[in-house]
Write a protein that binds this ligand. Structure first.
Ligand SMILES: Nc1ncnc2c1ncn2[C@@H]1O[C@H](COP(=O)(O)OP(=O)(O)O)[C@@H](O)[C@H]1O
Ligand SMILES: [Mg+2]
Length: 410
């Protein structure tokens, strides 16, 4: 065989081997993902909840549809990571006349976790018990932007169900209130549920439809990971514009999070933790690693370190005071820096994976420059996990402007 043809042949073979390898790796990845949770275990978890409901240990607005009416149907589980159970379900006429998909969420281990304790003294009156429970709930949701006024029914608000009506319909008012309070407390002690309640009136929070004990049911939205990796697709202006529009919405969301009394820090920044509604609104579907400023500072307060990375709390990076071997009580990067690095560029800068990959030719150079300034503000290099700096407003404004422009071209 002539040398040139041989070379071509070898190149072709290498390509084939590479493609087969990639497919194999995806397959292994998929098996690993799906191995993380199983239908059997999920169904067992549901029947365990229903058993507890029937024994009268837990209550909630969705116990009846889940356990009695069977209008909630399991579709598949998504994960059990860190004790968090996430399942997709359909709901027949339990919210409206239609059937639609919802998400079951619960970060609760019945065997290991004890419910928060509301002191109950033998001769305590029903009124006293409720007052104690209310103040506990108020304390837990103390950062709330929801103005609780005197006489407001905070237990129903926290539970997403009419507390008084539930109690009134049971034989023993006090017994029923204890069950209901336990269920409310099990919900609000889960950081994601508490965050949803604290910020319930913001559009970026998925709607909560109901609960059963510590399990709660939320609005399902496709995640932004749908925009990651698009192999074998050539450039299309339409697809780019869709991604650019999402990127602008994400920038706006980061700005919104700076307008609260305390900044809200997103410490697990990835496309899979954002959802998108049909109308383009972005949602925060995983707020387990979201902290208001005081909460994040608490994380830094008690950490010992020998190097900066010891102070990192996922994407919320810290700084080590090497003289005292303690972390500074300060976040060194900001949400926008993490967004550019982890969502816009993506985890594999060399592979096209982030939301703003593969831009139109005319903005390529400028976009690359701005993403670099935003993600790695001082290093000036395309190197991951070294940035402990803020993405500055000027860069972010230029980035947004560039994205806007590209939306109106072609
Ligand atoms: N409200 C939701 N809508 C759609 N998908 C969701 C929703 N909540 C969770 N998921 C899916 O389940 C996955 C795991 O849920 P998540 O809350 O992110 O758990 P974890 O803390 O383990 O990352 C998400 O990455 C997403 O794919
Ligand atoms: Mg997540």
């Amino acid at each position: 065989m002539p040398r040139r043809r041989l070379k071509k042949y070898i190149r072709k073979c290498c390509c084939m081997v590479f493609i087969v390898l990639v497919i194999f790796l995806f397959y292994v990845g998929y098996m690993f993902q799906s191995g993380r949770c199983s239908t059997d275990i999920s169904l067992h978890k549901i029947s365990d909840i229903c058993e507890r409901y029937r024994r009268g240990e837990i209550a909630g607005s969705f116990c009846q549809p889940l356990c009695e009416d069977k209008t909630l149907h399991f579709i598949k589980c998504v994960n059990y990571r860190d004790g968090k159970t996430v399942m997709f379900m359909t709901c027949d006429k339990c919210i409206s006349e239609e059937t639609f998909e919802i998400v079951f969420k619960m970060k609760w281990n019945f065997d290991a976790e004890r419910l928060l304790y509301v002191p109950y003294i033998e001769d305590e009156t029903y009124k006293q018990f409720i007052e104690n429970a209310e103040s506990l709930v108020k304390d837990s949701l103390k950062l709330s932007h929801y103005p609780f006024s005197d006489g407001e029914d905070i237990l129903s608000f926290a539970w997403n169900w009419d507390f008084n009506k539930f109690v009134k319909n049971q034989k023993s008012k006090l017994e029923a209130s204890k069950i209901a309070v336990d269920s409310v407390l099990s919900l609000i002690s889960q950081s994601e549920y508490a965050m949803s309640k604290m910020l319930y009136n913001y559009t970026f929070i998925p709607k909560i439809y109901g609960s059963c004990g510590p399990a709660y049911f939320v609005e399902k939205t496709p995640t932004l990971s749908q925009y990651e990796f698009e192999f074998f697709k050539s450039f299309s202006y339409e697809r780019w514009k869709e991604r650019a529009r999402v990127a602008v919405r994400l920038i706006e969301l980061m700005e919104k999070l700076r307008t609260f009394k305390q900044d809200l820090h997103l410490c697990d920044m990835k496309l899979d933790n954002f959802g998108i509604r049909n109308n383009g609104e972005i949602t925060l579907i995983d707020t387990d690693s979201c902290f208001f400023n005081n909460g994040l500072m608490e994380q830094f307060k008690y950490s010992d370190c020998t190097k900066h990375s010891d102070c990192d709390f996922f994407d919320c990076r810290g700084l080590c005071d090497v003289t005292s071997s303690k972390c500074f009580i300060k976040r060194s990067n900001n949400n926008m820096q993490a967004l550019c690095e982890d969502a816009f560029i993506g985890y594999t800068p060399k592979l096209p994976s982030g939301l703003l990959r593969d831009p139109p030719g005319e903005i390529k150079v400028q976009l690359f420059q701005l993403l670099q300034e935003c993600s790695f503000p001082t290093s000036g290099e395309y190197v991951r996990h070294t940035s402990r700096d803020y993405a500055i407003d000027k860069t972010v404004n230029e980035l947004r402007e560039l994205l806007y422009q590209s939306l109106y071209e072609q």
